[in-house]
Design a protein around this ligand. Structure first.
Ligand code: ATP
Ligand code: MG
Length: 400
């Protein structure tokens, strides 16, 4: 099928009043960035719609395949074009419907004439095109209300446009339209899903990972990098800050009671994350925490973790069931990577009986005998930063 252009419907952006222009421009920029590898892409935006096109057929197909991942798009439709003659319209209508799974479906033609001088009125157009399609492609029945296939025909002076598919977009808001946040990314199932939901609300995400060699292996870090690569498909690039965490974690083991080491670890992670957050000018910290899933995820525990900073800590998965999270992880393609069995820095040091209701005052007291701040500063300074998606040239350099 030779498509002429793709019509994009904004969805939620349209409710944004005066900010609308900013949102539309952001979406346009994101599309340009994400499709930088499509050289002939053209983008045209109007108040309610945006149109993408390329004069190369394979590029159009590629766009149709990749568009469902872009946030800020409610739905889109590939549009075909023909000469403004009834013969050309009949031919194009058959070609479009033939490419669909049409047998046994209900069908209707919906015609509009913005070129009023066209010799047939909309009723005649619908009759002529409809009966030609039904005669050529048997197996469909006509239905006026909510048909399975609605072929829309728009007659303008110089050309006729037709579309049929309304393909669901990813919804949400364009990435970057709601600021930036720093995500605590482990190699587990939850945190990549948390990233997805933040990005869906228009937040640009950078990731921070705590790495404790030799207790955690290069393979576990490899998993985290692979997750970043996957998340970056949803738009824009992702920077990953890898924090050397061994010294801090070992010091926690030797300086606070065993049953609160996990709480202390989380608090130190937050302190480190908050310094990095400030440096990159992000406005919030995001985690994949979920109420009641493990000992460190009780309300008391979350309160003890929050106590180390006044920065908003967002937990988009807080009320999800694990099965719901897994479903989303599968849908967004991170699940297979997340379940690969490499140890995380937290699992290695998990105490046998973690305290489920740690008290903030006690935590402050236990930690007061050690100069954690100095270690934290050092860890932040010695972090490694990687950017995803990796360019082909970077992959090549890695091989050398
Ligand atoms: P996940 O599946 O995301 O690992 P989880 O259910 O296994 O979550 P925890 O391991 O307790 O739960 O981690 C809770 C959250 O703490 C994670 O979602 C993540 O945001 C953060 N976190 C845990 N370990 C790390 C790490 N090594 N580096 C960065 N963030 C981490
Ligand atoms: Mg985990």
């Amino acid at each position: 099928m030779k498509w002429h252009e793709i019509l994009i419907r904004y969805g939620e952006i349209t409710t944004k009043g005066r900010n609308r222009k900013l949102f539309i421009n952001r979406l346009k920029e994101n599309l340009r960035y994400t499709f930088a590898d499509i050289p002939n892409l053209r983008i045209r935006s109007e108040r309610d719609r945006m149109y993408l096109s390329s004069n190369v057929d394979t590029e159009m197909e590629e766009l149709i395949e990749r568009l469902p991942h872009i946030f800020g798009i409610h739905s889109f439709s590939p549009v075909a074009q023909c000469e403004p003659t009834i013969e050309a319209m009949k031919e194009l209508a058959v070609e479009i419907v033939k490419g669909m799974d049409y047998k046994g479906k209900t069908f209707k033609v919906n015609a509009k004439r913005s070129f009023k001088k066209f010799p047939m009125d909309t009723y005649e157009l619908q009759q002529a095109i409809g009966s030609h399609v039904l005669g050529t492609l048997p197996g469909m029945t006509v239905q006026m209300k909510k048909p399975d296939i609605e072929l829309r025909v728009e007659v303008r002076e110089k050309a006729v446009y037709m579309m049929v598919d309304v393909i669901h977009g990813a919804g949400g808001l364009p990435i970057g339209s709601n600021g930036k946040a720093l995500l605590l990314l482990s190699g587990g199932i939850d945190s990549p899903v948390a990233a997805y939901y933040m990005m869906k609300r228009g937040v640009r995400v950078e990731a921070i990972h705590f790495f404790s060699p030799p207790f955690t292996s290069d393979q576990s870090l490899g998993k985290v990098k692979e997750l970043c690569e996957k998340i970056s498909r949803f738009g824009g690039n992702i920077r990953l800050h890898v924090i050397p965490f061994t010294e801090i974690q070992q010091t926690i083991q030797s300086s606070v009671p065993e049953n609160v080491t996990m709480t202390s670890t989380r608090r130190m992670m937050m302190k480190v994350a908050d310094i990095v957050r400030k440096e990159i000018d992000a406005k919030a910290i995001v985690t994949g925490e979920n109420l009641g899933q493990v000992a460190s995820q009780t309300l008391e525990s979350l309160a003890a973790i929050n106590d180390v900073t006044t920065t908003p800590i967002l937990r988009p998965l807080i009320t999800f069931d694990k099965l719901e999270i897994i479903e989303v992880a599968q849908k967004i393609g991170t699940y297979e990577t997340s379940i690969r069995p490499f140890e995380d820095c937290c699992t290695v040091f998990t105490p046998a009986n973690p305290k489920t209701k740690p008290r903030v005052e006690k935590m402050n007291y236990y930690e007061s005998f050690t100069n954690f701040d100095e270690m934290i500063e050092k860890a932040v300074k010695n972090r490694e930063i990687h950017t995803f998606p990796k360019k082909k040239t970077d992959e090549f350099l890695d091989l050398l």
